[in-house]
Design a protein around this ligand. Structure first.
Ligand code: MG
Ligand code: MG
Length: 267
């Protein structure tokens, strides 16, 4: 079932998503060679709780194993990890990329946003993957308008990435968001123009392209969370939560705080 949100509910979603945006900016301050993803997780959890919210990822049920809920407050996916990487004690090193996905529940509404960071200087080809994935996110957001369809979003993301010889991971998709982090509808990063669920004002969705530098095939690590590319080439992930608008989407999350921290190193 798709829940349409009132303007008041959308403002509450904006507050949750701005908290996520600021949490990601706290992480941006920390990212450098030598820092571990567990250290990033600690910063994120403290920041979310200090601001009166709950990290929605922590304890999130594992669809494949009831005994292995997600153990951390952020997903940290390094290099060939696509999504759902579990923070660990391995120091990040110069040239890595790390996608950080963050969720928070504030006043009953969920925020969800992700950004892929460079650790020091990154190979030009990998940097191009990051830029393309972020641009693809905004191509998708441009389609998140009343009267269009979910397939229009997927088509825009897919066409843009594939025109640059990247591939779209299909097993994981964007989603409706509200009181629950994952609501209907699914929002794939591939699709056909004019296909799928009709988009209506008041729908709130997370759009989150997961784009591979090489082939789109993936597998899951033994931890039953981390998803990796089979060819071990890099993958990137950017995510915004948006409200469908009559003329254009209202982006409820933000990269502004992150990019203030990154300065001229922003992608
Ligand atoms: Mg997310
Ligand atoms: Mg999401």
């Amino acid at each position: 079932m798709i829940f349409l949100k009132t303007d008041d509910e959308i403002e509450l979603l904006r507050q949750s998503n701005l908290l996520v945006a600021k949490t990601l900016a706290e992480i941006a301050k920390m990212i450098k060679p030598g820092v571990t993803t567990k250290e990033l997780d600690k910063i994120a959890e403290e920041y979310i709780r200090d601001n009166g919210a709950i990290p929605t990822f922590k304890g999130f049920p594992n669809p494949y194993n009831a005994k292995a809920p997600f153990p951390a407050s952020i997903c940290t996916s390094v290099n060939d990890q696509v999504v759902h990487g579990i923070p660990n004690d391995v120091p990040l090193k110069e040239g890595d990329i790390v996608s950080v996905d963050c969720g928070a529940l504030l006043n009953g509404y969920c925020g969800d946003s992700a950004y892929t960071f460079c650790v020091g200087d990154v190979d030009a080809e990998v940097l191009n993957l990051l830029k393309t994935t972020k641009e693809a996110l905004y191509k998708g957001i441009n389609e998140a308008v009343h009267g269009k369809r979910v397939g229009d979003i997927g088509f825009a993301v897919q066409a843009y990435c594939e025109s640059r010889s990247y591939s779209v991971v299909r097993e994981f998709v964007g989603h409706g968001i509200g009181r629950q982090m994952h609501e209907d509808p699914y929002v794939p990063n591939y699709g056909k123009k004019g296909n799928g669920i009709l988009l209506r004002k008041g729908m709130c969705i997370a759009i989150e392209p997961m784009i591979a530098q090489g082939a789109r095939q993936i597998y899951m690590d033994d931890d039953q969370w981390s998803v990796r590319t089979r060819d071990h080439k890099c993958a990137a992930h950017f995510e915004h939560t948006v409200a469908i608008g009559l003329e254009k989407a209202d982006i409820l999350s933000s990269f502004e705080y992150i990019e203030e921290v990154l300065g001229d190193k922003a992608i």
